[in-house]
Write a protein that binds this ligand. Sequence first.
Ligand code: CUA
Length: 358
Amino acid sequence: MLDFPLFPDQASSIAQQIDLLYFALLGLGAFFGLGVASVLVYLAVKYRAAADVDRSNAATESIRLEVAWALIPLGLAVGMFGWGAAVYVDVQAPPSGEAIEIYAVGKQWMWQFQHENGAREINMLHVPTGLTVRMIMTSEDVIHGFFVPAFRIKQDVLPGRFTSAWFVATNTGTYHLFCAEYCGTEHSFMKGRVVVMTPPAYEQWLRLGGDDSDEFDEARVRNLEEGRPTGDDPLAGGQAVPDVSPGVMAAAGAELFDSLRCNVCHRTESAALTPSTGPPLEGVFGRRVTLHNEREIVADEQYLLESILYPSAKLVQGYPPVMPTYAGQLNETQLNQLVAYLKSISEYDAAASEESER
Ligand code: CUA
């Protein structure tokens, strides 16, 4: 792997191609910049007023030269565009297949993360090597920027919206996490660490229920990575064993769904004696939805969130605009839980029917 001095480690699957593109652009810019500057200096010296040089018969046109200086830069620019676009598409679109989803909430001035099994942490992000990790991010207040230089990833995190970013970490180690958007007086303190572990160490870390202290404990991470006891064995310390069943986020969302009485309007078709007031939500995630204005969209996380906060923004065809807004009534964690629940009843239908029988 190429390693450039003065550069952050290359610790993700895309880091190398981004660096290559960056250095190619830098090299191209340097070549033309230095080329033009040196010819300029050379000619300025050669044709200075006092110089005794032949000034007759200066060429006024040359078709070949003009065609060359139009076509060569055009080819280079289009080539760089094509290369850059290919890298951009790679960076934006996660690889198909399984991905670990981690929810992130930015707020003045900290990062909160919640893993699929409910484990939470603050200003620390534990991830495994070799697996696709998809960050689903939102903000509680202003715009923040999720930035991990070693992964070459930077993604704005906005209030009232979900943005996502993905990466496959390639090397174990500890890397910087920054906020890359000026977000207030303590913006420069809004930073943390990304701890990349081997998949077994990550599994074990998850099983222990994560660690929501914002202290970075290097010895603890080393112990975890080498499979030694960490001293936070839940049975040893007399602490409660954390709930590590899968879908803790979704389960909390299911409870919210009931307690907010969402189920009164969003009933399954079969359970409803009269037509539902709102569309049934089983299987909604990832489905194509026809809106009242005939537009078709795919119901993704962003759409679900928007519809909870601003129900009439993208009304489903055939339903009245009667849902109240939940903006300001739910915090970001609760919104994430609701979205996780809606996803869970879309992905695992068997689990969903069990859920509704309880
Ligand atoms: Cu958050 Cu800067």
